[in-house]
Design a protein around this ligand. Structure first.
Ligand SMILES: [Zn+2]
Length: 299
């Protein structure tokens, strides 16, 4: 199983990300090239990149399985302000350039929110933006993420996703179990979902899976991630997805929340990933996740 988590990209850039992933026992990882909420970015340091690639090689992390995620504020759907739409497009191109410099093959992107526009027009705007970007022939491939349908988010249905992929052979898809659940796709019936995906889009398009439990019920359109086995999807269903034969070669990425002193504590400082990865590898639910995380990180 190819599994890792969201890790940070700090002062040591991707070298820091690799070190963090190794500390979780992961064989892949996902990072943002800066803060997920803004577009402030530093130049890629070639030496740190080289060192990171050496460290990956020595630790069984294949560069081809590593994922980059674009910041949330990119919105390709709304073109009411042409300057903002152009900014999103340009920023996405800069992200692709950075990925090419880093040797990263996949960039996950949230397609966008319609905010006041009819869905059809919003989808057309996203499609047009992608058309412009894909012409430029970056090596890194864009993966559009399936969304929960919170607010006016586009691509919360496979039909909408299929529209965005039309005549865009270079695009792939990242599915997110929490988003799918919140969008109304039942993860307890995952084979049924895969069949539907195969018919409407094609399974070969799935290049990344975000493994998250959900704090909300099926079809809630909320998008709040829960720790593995501590949400409404549950351990059994998520474990089955992780070990699914048809997704064997697809990287699985955890974006579950950090925990605090108690489950209710909002000062989330301890990462759950080492134990969640362990539990999914062993196919055994950890009922004492919080206590076990404290044992590792609390002194
Ligand atoms: Zn995402």
């Amino acid at each position: 199983m190819i599994i890792g988590s969201h890790v940070s990209f700090g002062s040591e850039q991707i070298l820091g990300s690799v070190k963090e992933a190794i500390s979780y026992g992961a064989n892949t990882f996902m990072f943002y090239t800066g803060a997920p909420q803004n577009t402030m970015r530093k130049e890629i340091d070639e030496n740190l990149t080289k060192e990171a690639q050496k460290l990956m090689l020595a630790n069984n992390i294949e560069l081809n399985n590593v994922i980059c995620h674009a910041p949330y504020i990119i919105n390709l759907a709304n073109r009411k302000d042409e300057t903002k739409w152009e900014f999103s497009k340009n920023f996405l191109e800069q992200e692709l350039k950075r990925c090419d410099e880093l040797g990263i093959k996949f960039l996950v992107v949230h397609p966008g929110s319609a905010v006041g526009l009819p869905k059809e027009e919003a989808l057309k705007n996203i499609w047009d933006a992608l058309e412009d970007i894909l012409k430029k022939d970056y090596t890194c491939q864009i993966l559009l993420e399936t969304m929960a349908g919170k607010g006016t988010e586009c691509a919360s249905t496979l039909e909408e996703m299929a529209i965005l992929l039309q005549n865009h052979d270079k695009l792939g898809v990242c599915i997110d179990t929490c988003h799918l659940n919140d969008a109304g796709y039942n993860m307890q019936e995952f084979d049924q979902f895969l069949n539907e995906f195969a018919t409407k889009i094609g399974l070969e398009k799935i290049r990344c899976v975000h493994i998250n439990d959900s704090k909300n019920p099926l079809g809630s359109h909320k998008d709040r991630h829960a720790n593995i086995g501590y949400g409404t999807i549950g351990f059994a269903a998520l474990n089955k997805i992780c070990h699914h034969e048809k997704l064997k070669n697809v990287p699985k990425i955890l974006e579950t929340p950090y925990v605090g002193e108690t489950w209710e504590d909002k000062t989330r400082i301890y990462p759950p990933y080492k134990l969640e990865i362990e539990s999914l590898r062993q196919e055994k639910f950890n009922e004492h996740l919080l206590e076990d995380i404290h044992k590792i990180y609390k002194r």
